[in-house]
Design a protein around this ligand. Sequence first.
Ligand code: CP
Length: 315
Amino acid sequence: MTADSPTPSLAHLLTLEGLPRAQLEALLDRAAHYADGHDDRAVLAGTAVCTLFFEPSTRTRLSFQLAAQRLGADVLNFDVSTSSTRKGETARDTLRTIEAMGVRGFIIRHQDDGAVAALAEAAAPGTALVNAGDGRSAHPTQGLLDMLTLRQAKGADFSGLKVLIVGDVKHSRVARSDLHALHALGTGEVRVCGPRALLPDDATLDGCTVSQDLDAALEGVDAIMMLRLQRERMDEGLVASIDEYHRDYGLDARRLARARPDALVMHPGPINRGIEITDEVADGPQSLVLRQVSNGVAARMAVLEALLGGGPARS
Ligand code: CP
């Protein structure tokens, strides 16, 4: 398969966990093709998709809308605040209702872990769901766009790369999807650094080098993926002081100098400026934050094409 041919199709995209490396690489090849500026409005012409977001979003929702439009789809944007969910309609009934209008693709964000997978069970055959972030579990298209961004800067062979993820991994669906993808793509070393209270104590960090010392963890890394403090998912008091968090885990220019001189700085957004990253670093020459955003459109085009663009039998 080449980047000029569509990726083998999927039924849904709920997680990157367990996605075969070949499928991941095929999606990234296709995302790179779209990132080069190729639009094809015939791919989803006559197909209707709906963004169904039960949590706030700027990047994911708008980039999915643009991605679907660039492939020729009709796009419905469900507004939860003015919908009949306010009268007690369940997410499942909402999905089935919109599905009955002929919508074939749903891009869903939900505050509960596993909610999108549960809705996939309720969907009719032929309806495709994308997890646009569920609780702290998974954000697979963020993982894809992050891998695309790394690949563009460092090449497709990750075996020599040292990648550091910093901050609130415990509550981060982005970190989980990035970890699944980094391991699947054979990354040389994956380091994780954060306060003990914000690191998961389950199998999430298997295969990673874990530390609480950011200055040491930064030594010689090729890429640094900063995370937002997910305060909306935290128990009260988990982070005693924002000033202390910034002192110990904030990325500033002095700390960044410990990494390789060409190290990349990434952040999924939205950024808490002055907490996990300084303005100087977020807006500096090593920052790929806005490249991540533009790659989000391309990565999501590749996903929508694989889910809804036809082609070989769906898996
Ligand atoms: N990175 C990310 O998911 O951003 P939004 O919440 O703005 O979609």
